[in-house]
Design a protein around this ligand. Structure first.
Ligand code: BF8
Ligand code: SF4
Length: 657
């Protein structure tokens, strides 16, 4: 009885109130007709716990769990005496620890693979980008002149391993951090030693009865988050580029219309590029292509989702079917013959939906098994045995398709793959690749500032809506937007990752986009590729004219529809790097507490950035723009913008006359 009531309540809500993604809405409507439940339904039926939402509870020991009163936060303490600030800081720190662990473990897997490729034990992958290999090696002080690639690569491996295992000292990529930023970290004692050590220490300090000063906990929190951004995530990005190629702009299709009714459709969803790279070889294997044809298919159609999808989109122009909140909906098409997953952001609910539509759901990574899904492990020494098997299973499912298929006929073409190297080249030209033109256009005011808009989609808000409205408002106000992860896919579906979208930008940004032929919104890749934004920010500081630290830049960040602990870790490493970072949806904190004041203001006074929160996209945009304007004023370049915009208006008026 209870269950019936619950389902009818879900049905009252129009699918168009759940998402602005037309394809997802169409599939949610079909799911309802088919009696299939998704995370959207569960989010409606499961009210978020209000105490947890405020982070006002603790279950770190068996004297509790303890609940404090968010309305009167200082009226109570936990059984051990822990205050609201201690409890919130510990909870927040553990989100950072988990998010940082996810990125750094992913990075370490890439580094393991790199080592085995370099020493010749793995033969299915190879070093694809030797130029990048040498560049990264040189940047962290490895001699490259006249040396064999293999020797440079082995030294690079040994050096980068310190990112994880080093117990004392500073992680290698701190060499990329602008001096003044690094100085602030050193003063605060938050330069990461090694990720393993930082995460371990953070878990220790948040244990019952250890660190009970929110400021001290926050320090270790920053140190751990920095070990993610300038450590694990950066290693994942750089090693993936070295092994699989550095992205350059490529036109590619996004949305569910990339599925083909007459082909064997395989989706890869997850985060590590190795599974996807190998399956790309498998789907081109002549014997497997023939097997698909023998089964009556026109061919094999490989598409991506979420972050591994975003990496393949950037590197190879592989089509992308959608972001996090579309992973169940895409199965409702009935057209997906197999979905192969590895790690992170893989909803357990996929197993049930896959079962309803006879889709083969396969896990491939030893870290991630799902009850009800078949596990075929990917061994990097012989990856093809796993990926060939996935293709064979998909062909088998194609042959036995019995259910009707409905594929939303929506496809959006956009340009993806703006690595930090390419941004450099695009703006500076082949012979004088540099960030100078970007800085010049910021200084003269055509570009007001730069924003990173990143992160998840979350069924607690209308899918894609906050991302799209936020980005539109930013570019309208001449803010150049860099994007990663699920957010990039939201905007790609909205058609903003095209040079033509320049007409939505303000006059100044529009002029720059039209001159260079670039979109006002640049897709830079997956979530670990947020490290590219850090590198771009450092380059901007180094190029000159925009201050001495990342905190001086007219820049801001946002994750408007975030949901994961990884997003919190990313948010915090941006904040610790000096960036004003605004989150939407909800924030795990009680406002006006000491911990809240520290995150939302105190850290900035220490030379770092600060957190912000606004669920409304327009309000969020204007918080970011106000910050950018404040930075322009501090840099003394606020007047230049007014002059430039007046100049442009004059010129336009003259042209029109
Ligand atoms: O790392 S944006 S929903 S897929 S956590 Fe996950 Fe969020 Fe998507 Fe990639 Ni990032
Ligand atoms: Fe309660 Fe303290 Fe135990 Fe947390 S650590 S559950 S606040 S007694």
């Amino acid at each position: 009885m209870e269950e019936k009531k619950v389902i009818s309540k879900t049905k009252e809500i129009d699918v168009r109130d759940l998402t602005i993604c037309e394809a997802t809405a169409q599939m949610l409507a079909k799911a309802r007709r088919d009696g299939v439940e998704t995370a959207f339904d569960r989010a409606i039926n499961m009210k978020a716990c209000p105490i947890g939402a405020d982070s006002a509870c603790c279950k770190h020991c068996a004297m509790g769990p303890c609940r404090l009163n968010a309305k009167d936060p200082y009226s109570k303490v936990g059984v051990c005496g822990a205050t609201i600030d201690t409890i919130m800081a510990r909870n927040f720190a553990r989100m950072v620890a988990s998010g940082a662990a996810a990125h750094t473990d992913h990075g370490m897997s890439m580094l393991d693979l790199f080592r085995e490729v370099v020493n010749g034990k793995i033969k299915d992958y190879r070093i694809k980008d030797t130029i990048k290999l040498e560049k990264v090696a040189a940047e962290i002080g490895i001699e490259t002149d006249g040396r064999e690639t293999k020797d440079i690569a082995m030294d690079l491996y040994r050096e980068l391993e310190r990112t994880y295992t080093q117990v004392e000292g500073e992680i290698p990529f701190t060499k990329r951090v602008p001096e003044k930023t690094l100085e602030a970290w050193r003063k605060l004692g938050i330069v990461p030693r090694g990720a393993m050590r930082e995460i371990m220490e953070l878990m220790h300090r948040t244990h019952m009865g250890v660190d009970q000063h929110y400021e001290n906990i926050t320090k270790q929190c920053s140190r751990t988050a920095l070990a993610d951004g300038w450590g694990g995530s950066m290693v994942a990005t750089e090693i993936s580029d070295i092994l699989f190629g550095t992205p350059t702009p490529v036109a590619a299709d996004v949305n569910m219309g990339v599925l083909k009714e007459d082909a064997v459709n395989i989706i890869v969803h997850g985060h590590e590029p190795n599974l996807f790279e190998s399956i790309l070889e498998s789907v081109n294997e002549p014997t497997l292509v023939q097997a698909a044809k023998d089964a009556g298919a026109s061919g094999i159609n490989l598409v991506g989702m979420c972050c591994s999808g975003a990496e393949m989109l950037s590197r190879h122009g592989i089509p992308h079917a959608g972001n996090f909140m579309s992973t169940e909906a895409v199965l409702v098409t009935g057209a997906v013959d197999a979905m192969a997953v590895d790690v992170q952001c893989i909803k357990q609910g996929l197993a049930k939906v896959a079962e309803c539509y006879n889709t083969v759901l396969l896990t491939t990574n030893p870290r991630c098994h799902i009850e009800g899904a078949e596990h075929i492990e990917l061994h990097e020494h012989d990856p093809k045995s796993c990926t060939d098997e996935i293709v064979i299973k998909a062909i088998g499912r194609f042959k036995n398709r019995t259910l009707p298929i409905e594929i939303p006929k929506i496809k959006n073409t956009g340009i993806h793959g703006f690595s930090h190297e390419y941004i450099n080249y695009m703006l500076g030209g082949t012979f004088r690749a540099s960030y100078t033109p970007l800085n010049d256009n910021i200084i003269n005011g055509r570009i007001r500032g730069v924003a990173g808009v990143v992160g998840c989609t979350n069924p607690r808000v209308k899918q894609d809506y906050v991302h799209v409205e936020l980005v539109k408002e930013l570019i309208k106000n001449d803010v150049l937007v860099l994007q990663t992860g699920c957010s990039q896919i939201s905007l790609a579906k909205a058609g903003l990752l095209t040079p033509e979208a320049a007409h939505l930008a303000g006059q100044g940004l529009k002029e720059v986009c039209e001159t260079v032929g670039m979109p006002p919104v640049l897709g830079v890749g997956s979530c670990v590729d947020n490290s590219r934004i850090l590198i771009a920010a450092s380059e901007m500081v180094r190029t000159g004219g925009l201050g001495n630290s990342i905190a001086d830049l007219p820049a801001a960040g946002a994750a408007p529809e975030w949901m994961s602990e990884k997003a919190i870790s990313i948010g915090h490493y941006f904040v610790a790097s000096g960036v004003y970072t605004v989150f939407g949806v909800t924030f795990p904190i009680v406002e006006e507490t000491k911990f809240h004041k520290l995150l939302f203001g105190g850290l900035e006074k220490q030379g770092l950035g600060k957190w912000g929160f606004a669920p409304d996209p327009i309000e969020m945009a204007h918080l970011m723009i106000a910050h950018i304007d404040k930075k322009r004023k501090e840099l003394g370049i606020d007047k230049a913008r007014e002059r430039t915009l007046v100049d442009m208006a004059d010129r336009r008026a003259m042209e029109a006359a």
